[in-house]
Every structure is written in C-alpha cells, then in structure tokens.
Design a protein around this ligand. Structure first.
Ligand code: SF4
Length: 705
C-alpha cells in the first residue's frame, strides 16, 4: 500500500489527508498530522472520502449531442474539443466575445482557475467569467476590500486557540467547518476563561460551546453590530489611540450608532437588552477578540453591510493584527480563496486586481502579452443566467458546479439552461441536474486523481497531489481548458505561438504567481516544489521568503492607498422578502453535518445518510400546532416561486415563525425537492451575492392526489 499526502476536497478548512492506495484504487484516508490546518483530525466527510468513488456516478468519456432533442453520444476528446472550439469561434465571430460565458467553481484548483481566466479574458476577450463563489464569499470580498483595502482574511486558525473572546456570527461551524470546531472545543477545554458568543437565529450544535447565544431576528445583524458598538462607546471600550492612528471615517459611524441604543436594538433584533449588554461586555473586556462568520452574513441582500458592520467592531476596539484577534471569514468551498486570488469573479482580475481598473487591466495584459483586456464589465452569476435566458449569451461553459440545483430561483436557471444554444458541462459526476442540460459533457478528474494547489480560509496554500489515475478518459480541468484554448487560438489568431502550452500544473502555477508579485497577496516566492519541501504556507510569501505570514496588518498599516482602514457607516436594510400575511414564515436554509453541497459526491456513500436520512422541513412546535401538524406529516412548503412536498418535524431550537430546510437535496434524490425552488435571486447591490439564506414561505398540510 502506498501513501500520498493531499488535501480534503470539501470545505475551506483545507485539511491535510493521507491517501492510502495501491496506485489504482483508494483504500483509506487518514488525517495528516503534519498539516497545520487539521493536525491529523478529519471530520465525518473527510474520513469517508475513500467511500465516495462510485464509478457509476462518474462522467467517464466525452459525450456530445448535435441537437437539443437528440441524446448525447460518447465521443473522443479530439472530436469533443474540436466541436467546442468550432462553436465558440463561430459564436464569437457572429455575436462578439460577450456572447459566451463561463460559470466555474470554488471546487476547482488554482491552476484550473488560472487557465479559465486566461482563456476568457486574454484569448476570447470577455469578462463573462463568474464562479459559484459569488454565492459563497463575494460579500466578504467586498467587506474586506472596503474596510481594509484588500480581500485578505488577516487571521490564522491558531488564533481560535489563542483568543479570549470569539464571536461566531451566521455560521454553524460545528457542521460546516467541523475540524475548526473541534479545535475550538479543545481550546475551550484547555482555557475555561475563553468566552464564546454565537449569533444565529437557530440554536445550532455550534451553540453547545457558547457562553451566550443571541437568537436574533433573521436579517437584523447590522442593527445588532451597531448596537454593540453603541455599548462599546458607552462603556468606554473603544481604542481611541488605534482609531486615531490607523483608521478614518469613525465620526460618521459614531453618529450613526447613536441611533442604535440598547432598547431599540433589542426590539429590532428581538433579543433581550440584558443579552445585548452581556455581549458588549464580553467583547469590550476581552484582551483578544476574534470573530468568525460565514453564510449567515454573506448570503444576504445586505451581505456587504453585514460584513463591514462586523469589521467595524474590530477597528473600533483595535482588535486586529494581533494574536487571537481579528475579523476572520470562514470560506465555504475548498478553494474559494484561490478563486478570489486568481480573479475568478467577473469583476476581478488575477492577483487581487479589479477588472474595472484600467491600470490593473494594463498590468495583466502586459504580463500575458496581449494588446489589452476587455473593458466591458462581466456578468455576475444571477446576471449571467438572466443573460442566457434572454438570449444574450449563446454559449455557456459550466465547470465543476451544479447551478441547476445551487442557484436561487431555480425556474430562471432551468429556463436559461434549456434555452441556451450550446451548453458545455465539465464535470466529474454525470449525475448532477446540470448535466441534463449539457450539449457537450466533458469528464473531469476528481479528488485523488488531480494535481494543483488550493488556498484555505487562513490563506494557506497546499499542494494537492494525485494518488490514482482518473477513470475512463477523464482529464484534469486545467488540461481540458488548455487543450480547448490551443484549438481556439488556431481559429482566433492563427500562426501565433500558443499561450496555453502548459504541460503540468506546476507550470501554470509558476506563470500565475508572477501576477501576485508586489500585490498584497504576493506569493511569488512559492512553487509546488517549495511547498513539498516546507509544507503548506500562508501568503504573503514573496520571493526569497522561507516561511509564510500568519497575520496581516500587525504594524497597523492596512492595504488601502493611505494605509488607514476605513469605517463603513451603513444603516440596516430589511430582508428582501420579509414574512407577511400570505407567506408568514421565514425559511432558513443551511447545511447538515455529513453532506456536502448537492451531494454529487457525499450522496454516493450510504454511511453519510446515517446522521440525517432524508430531506425534511423543521418548524417550531407552536407553528406546527397552529397548523394541526405532527412529526412526519407531509406538508406543502410554498414560496412565491414554487412548492415542495416533504415531511415536517418539530424543532424547538428554532424561533417561532421560522423554519429550516437543508440545502443538499435536489431533483436527483426526490423529484421537485430542492431548497432553491423556493429562494429568490435578489442580491446585495455591491457583492451581487444572492439572499440564499432567507425566503418568506407558508406551510400547509399536503393534499395528495
Ligand atoms: Fe474536509 Fe472540511 Fe471536514 Fe476538514 S473539516 S475533513 S476540509 S470537510
């Protein structure tokens, strides 16, 4: 038996794994004790990775159909990519570069992202490349950039162990980032003085470690953070020296939060004034204050404001840039960070640059040796699918993600995919809802089979290594993209040397890292070989470094033009769709402990259904009683966009008026069942991140034919 060190492919914790294999089959997975993210631990998902390799669920060979009414037939790579290049070249010639688009994924490796970006922006000349990180972390990107000047989480996982006071907001860390939660549990045991505050409308398993749980009204986070700052000011717990030396904009925020006294905030958030005061006391008296947050803040039409209101608390108390302190967003996907770094949102460019910035476009164009990069803004996820539906995008390439389940307002997405003249789906699993719409299915290598790098939530870059060959004729994502790009180059600029002549992922990494040089994230000193020698490293890691950087802004200088952090003063905004007399309940969506995303991988392991076997709606017992419902009854769960039929169960951990539905189940498991049949596409005006977490719904007893 051989052993290959790699990383887990699920969440943004980025745990190191040791894959035990015989060169053809993976037999077991263990936590890597040498990996700094997990120190040998794995959660239920990571430790069962070897049980999820079901070949029956895999895409094994390219498949092509030449008409929407025809079935897809197996073909070879030459025919598949030749046809794709033909269609893309013709579409670009007839309708311009913005008639094609790419929708990619936080599951991709950094080298995959880079090749897609270079293809879209340098060769084709479109900014229409967005990723499912738009649904995940784009509000955190805006939050960091507005406050601190760069999209850079400033903390390390070890700060969880070293902090005196942790605030966990909008994150069921116990399920979504389990190994980090284990680290927190261990820290609590070792240091009983450590305090934990959890802000979440639901009482989740994460609350088990909380000294204080604030079950706020859904959507009232900004009011809560302003109320906390009001009390920090009142109690003289702000750091005026830090504010004066390192920030600007405090006066405007100070004036704003005067309107959020405890009594008003308690009413807005539907919590007690005493709880609010207790939270402000814990934060204000802490030597070190760390906040952790995830989708509860990000997946909101006010996601940017929520991020900035929380970061404001750190700037006001000077709790940033030191051990155990800082605002620390937890990334959902394994390489959402790599996507942000390589410019894999339509408004970004590689190396933490902005597509709207002419100087940034010039820098990247010069690096790539092209005349210029497109000025026309690219479309974000929702806008992109609207453009597909409206016929403005005529060729869409989807890689490693399942928008036919994961995007909000599923009616829009299914309509768009069925109308799009040419859909490429590049996937490891042929079972996703999105594969149904593929005119061309390209089989991709998956975990344990592919090579590249990932960046986890603490900015740590790991080398992802293959243990076994990909099944059938599946290939690495970067390899598929570069092969296609070389074919398209021959059509768009014949006779010129290829810019996609990469033979190995390490070559892509080496080219890409040059675009980080001199930027806030500079990791031009890293390479696959160096990571192999030194172990996974945190950026920045400039040329000549021998170790990474655990914390940012330790000298009080931020990544803004003048080095000062900015307070952001914004009033709260209501939910896009508050409950009303027609739809009187708020639906909250979220994760289960043992499933991942749309279950394309975890759904192949029977063991992972032991915790929760089926999709069911959770409601507060009072709301069930009012509707004469009992556990196990089938109910109609309706929003303005659709209805699902599913069983209901009582859950006293919810607030009355609230319901909860796991996000994992889609059509593949139960017809019509998927939370995003109900969610809405309203999104944050800055981050364009949709309000996936909340929708107004009604629940009635199902009437079956
Ligand atoms: Fe994988 Fe995340 Fe679990 Fe670690 S915590 S084993 S990265 S799913």
């Amino acid at each position: 038996m051989k052993q290959t060190a790699s990383t887990c492919c699920y969440c943004g914790v980025g745990c190191g794994v040791l894959i035990e294999h015989d060169g053809q089959h993976i037999h077991n997975v263990k936590g890597d004790p040498a990996h700094p993210a997990n120190l040998g631990r794995l959660c239920s998902k990571g430790s069962t990775l070897h049980l999820t390799g079901d070949l029956a669920a895999r895409a094994l060979h390219p498949e092509l159909r030449l008409g929407k009414s025809m079935a897809r037939n197996r073909t070879d790579w030459d025919s598949a990519l030749g046809h794709a290049a033909e269609v893309f070249a013709r579409t670009i010639a007839e309708h311009g570069p913005d008639s094609v688009a790419f929708y990619i994924s936080g599951q991709l490796l950094t080298e995959d992202y880079y090749s897609f970006n270079k293809l879209a922006r340098a060769l084709i000349g479109t900014n229409n490349i967005d990723s499912n990180s738009r649904l995940c972390m784009s509000s955190a990107v805006v939050g960091y950039k507005r406050s601190l000047g760069a999209d850079a989480p400033p903390c390390s996982y070890e700060d969880i162990e070293q902090s005196n006071c942790l605030l966990i907001a909008g994150s069921n860390m116990a399920y979504a980032h389990p190994v980090l939660f284990r680290r927190l549990e261990a820290a609590r045991e070792a240091n009983p003085a450590q305090k934990v505050i959890v802000i979440d409308p639901r009482r989740t398993d994460t609350c088990d470690v909380a000294d204080l749980h604030l079950p706020l009204r859904p959507g009232s986070d900004v009011a809560l953070f302003h109320g906390l700052l009001h009390l920090l000011l009142e109690n003289d717990h702000v750091d005026h020296d830090f504010i004066n030396a390192h920030t600007d904009g405090f006066e405007a925020l100070q004036a704003l939060v005067q309107d959020y006294p405890p009594a008003r905030v308690a009413t807005l958030c539907d919590i007690s004034e005493a709880e609010l005061r207790q939270a402000a006391e814990l934060i204000g008296k802490a030597d070190s204050f760390l906040s952790l947050w995830c989708m509860g803040l990000n997946q909101s039409s006010a996601g940017s404001a929520k991020n900035n209101a929380l970061i404001n608390l750190h700037l006001a108390t000077g709790q940033i840039g030191k051990v155990g302190a800082g605002p620390f967003s937890l990334t959902g996907q394994p390489n959402a960070m790599g996507g942000r770094e390589t410019g894999s949102l339509s408004n970004l460019l590689p190396g933490h640059r902005d597509a709207a910035n002419a100087e940034h476009r010039r820098e990247v164009a010069d690096y790539w040796g092209v005349a210029g990069l497109p000025e026309q803004p690219g479309l974000s996820a929702i806008e992109l699918f609207e453009a597909v539906r409206d016929g403005r995008i005529k060729a869409l390439w989807i890689a490693c993600t399942n928008p036919a389940q994961s995007m909000p307002d599923q009616q829009l997405i299914h309509q768009a995919l069925s109308l799009c003249p040419f859909v490429i789906v590049q996937e490891a699993f042929s079972t996703t809802e999105t594969c149904h719409y593929a005119d061309l299915l390209l089989p991709a290598a998956s975990w344990g089979e592919k090579e590249g790098s990932v960046t986890n939530s603490e900015r740590r870059i790991s080398h992802v290594r293959p243990a076994i060959p990909a099944p059938g004729s599946a290939r690495g994502d970067w390899d598929i993209v570069c092969d296609f790009a070389r074919r398209l180059e021959q059509k768009l600029r014949p006779g010129q040397p290829s810019q996609f002549a990469f033979a190995r992922p390490a070559e892509l990494f080496d080219e890409y890292k040059g675009l980080t040089a001199g930027r806030d994230l500079d990791y031009s000193g890293l390479s696959h070989a160096l990571i192999d020698g030194l172990g996974p490293q945190q950026w920045p890691f400039p040329a000549g470094s021998r170790q990474g950087t655990p914390r940012l802004y330790t000298d009080g200088r931020f990544a803004t033009a003048d080095g000062r952090a900015h307070f952001v003063a914004e009033a709260p905004r209501p939910l896009s769709e508050p409950a009303d007399s027609s739809y009187p309940l708020v639906l909250n969506t979220g994760r289960l402990r043992d499933q991942w995303h749309g279950m394309s991988r975890t759904g192949t392991a029977a063991q992972l259904f032991g915790h929760v076997e089926r999709a069911q709606l959770s409601m507060h017992p009072q709301d069930m009683q009012a509707r004469a419902l009992e556990d196990g009854d089938l109910v109609s769960l309706s929003s303005r966009r659709g209805t699902l039929i599913l069983p209901v169960q009582a859950d006293a951990q919810l607030r009355p008026g609230q319901s909860f539905l796991p996000m994992h189940w889609g059509n593949r498991f139960l017809k019509g069942l998927g939370s995003n049949r109900l969610t809405l596409s309203n999104h944050d005006p800055l981050s364009k991140q949709p309000e996936l977490k909340q929708a107004a719904v009604e629940v009635t007893r199902a009437v079956l034919p």
